[in-house]
Design a protein around this ligand. Structure first.
Ligand code: ADP
Ligand code: MG
Ligand code: ZN
Length: 477
């Protein structure tokens, strides 16, 4: 029996606002526990929440980027439950009139463009964090995270394979970063997932009972948890055993999921409209204003890079993968209009330097102008590729102008024919064995001689010219 998985995701993303959703506490990550709290986010009685305008703006921007309809009136609701990291005993969320509905995300899977529909996007607040220290028989609560703005994005069950889920998550993450909604730092918990999955006989229309997997904090755990769950459900379906609608918890270390609760035990959150916050009216002009700030989104940019600069799909994909790199590429090309050269240098030496130094471009001493001027010298054959790489390395070290480095190091390439001829003759004279070997047809000896000439020139001779002149001079031997 061929089995088809059906997958829908709920994505929680921490928004990159300075302050929390309903109070002015800082959202900074990594501070000492309980130093970024106030009566509002501590849930003390009698306080009043005030909506963070920036969070709503980001919410609207995300809705626009994900092609959602924006509700003209939107409202907050209380989701009631008791938990140590939730001092108010309720979370302020949007259950009935979310900020956006009915959108979609387009992304590539191999050669195909797929679309996953968005059911809704709603604003809410994060809970605190329970800290379980190893070997202790008690837990601690850190409420610095309590009240940080969250956006929950709920998809329709439109995905049917791991590749689709993986590409979707990557595209969504990239969009959120592009529009500045979230930094999406996985290690700081900026993106958290709940994965819903059911299986059915391939070709069937009806959906099977879904299992919701909670506690997925990385792409890897989403994929592993889904794989495990599809396997488990698939086996049951094949054996004719029932599959129960339930919520399961993923255990990363064990690589297994465990039942948390069945449908019958589902919590009743007693949702009701948040009485302390009036409904929000979202005006057309505000939406238009926000729309005007939307940047070009990654998939569109990728297509444009392929058409405009003649890049391959792979190259464009790598550049667009990071907004900063893609912008840097275009800045360099504006000054040095050699897209091929620029993309090769960005994907090669530049990314190597960044990786080795653990920096982003913005953090490094390289600027678009400096790279462009270095590549102009490469293009004009004023400097060899090898020395240009050393030069790049030095720019990363010192931030000095490329021309100055080349000057200082004496890297100006020798293209003068007579000068190269002199060195070629010297190399021939000093290496009679190699010349003999070449005459016997040993090709490696030719490369050796080129190397000798380059050495004589201290790496400054133009390799093409050396080859040409060496061939000519050897012909005379
Ligand atoms: P709930 O009311 O339990 O939260 P929803 O209908 O709101 O369930 O759906 C929550 C998530 O589960 C959505 O992402 C949706 O796409 C997904 N989902 C719903 N039904 C199924 C199903 N039968 N199989 C897989 N995913 C599903
Ligand atoms: Mg749900
Ligand atoms: Zn606060």
């Amino acid at each position: 029996m061929e089995i088809e998985p059906v997958i829908g995701l709920e994505i929680h993303t921490e928004l990159s606002t300075q302050s929390k959703m309903f109070c002015s506490c800082s959202t900074r990550f990594g501070s000492s526990p309980n130093t970024q709290v106030c009566p509002v986010c501590l849930g003390l009685p009698g306080v009043l929440p005030v909506v963070n305008e920036e969070a709503v703006r980001i919410g609207i921007k995300t809705c626009l980027a994900l092609n959602c309809k924006i509700n003209k009136y939107t409202r907050f609701d209380r989701k009631n439950y008791y938990y140590p990291d939730l001092p108010k005993n309720y979370q302020i969320s949007q259950q009935y009139i979310p900020i956006g509905v009915d959108g979609w995300v387009e992304f590539e899977v191999g050669e195909e463009v797929k679309r996953v529909r968005i059911h809704n996007i709603h604003l809410e607040e994060d809970a605190g964090k329970n800290v379980h220290e190893e070997g202790k028989n008690f837990s601690l609560v850190d409420l610095n995270r309590a009240g940080i703005p969250l956006l929950e994005i709920v998809t329709y069950p439109d995905m049917h394979s791991m590749e689709e889920v993986n590409s979707f998550m990557n595209e969504l993450r990239n969009i959120l970063i592009y529009i500045g909604a979230s930094n999406c730092k996985m290690e700081e918990g900026h993106l958290r997932f709940e994965a819903n999955v059911s299986v059915r006989r391939k070709g069937d229309e009806e959906l099977g009972p879904k299992v919701e997997m909670k506690n997925l904090n990385s792409f890897r755990s989403v994929l592993q948890a889904l794989e495990y769950e599809i396997e488990r459900q698939g086996a049951r379906l094949r054996r004719g055993e029932p599959i129960y609608q339930e919520t399961r918890l993923w255990n990363e270390e064990k690589g297994e999921s465990f039942t948390m609760r069945f449908k019958e035990e589902a919590q009743d959150y007693r949702y009701f409209p948040e009485p302390d916050i009036p409904p929000l009216e979202i005006g057309k002009t505000w939406i238009e204003e926000i729309k005007a700030t939307l940047p070009e989104l990654p998939l569109k940019k990728k297509k444009r890079f392929i058409e405009e600069y003649g890049l391959s799909k792979k190259e464009a994909g790598i550049l667009v993968e990071e907004k900063e790199i893609s912008c840097f590429f275009e800045e360099v090309v504006k000054i040095c209009p050699q897209p091929r050269l620029v993309v090769n240098w960005i994907m090669g030496p530049l990314m190597r330097e960044l990786n080795e130094r653990g920096l982003t471009i913005g953090e490094s001493k390289l600027t678009a102008t400096k790279l462009a001027r270095l590549l102009e010298m490469v293009k004009e054959n004023l400097i060899t590729q090898t020395n240009a790489k050393y030069c790049l390395h030095e720019i990363f070290d010192s931030g000095e102008e490329p021309e100055r480095i080349v000057e200082k190091r004496g890297w100006k390439q020798v293209t003068d024919v007579e000068e190269i001829e002199k060195m070629v003759r010297e190399a021939i004279q000093k290496n009679p064995r190699a010349v003999e070997d070449i005459n016997k047809g040993k090709k490696t000896a030719f490369g050796f001689l080129i190397g000798q000439v380059m050495k004589l020139s201290q790496g400054k001779a133009n390799p093409g010219k050396v080859r040409e002149i060496l061939e000519r001079e050897l012909g005379k031997c």
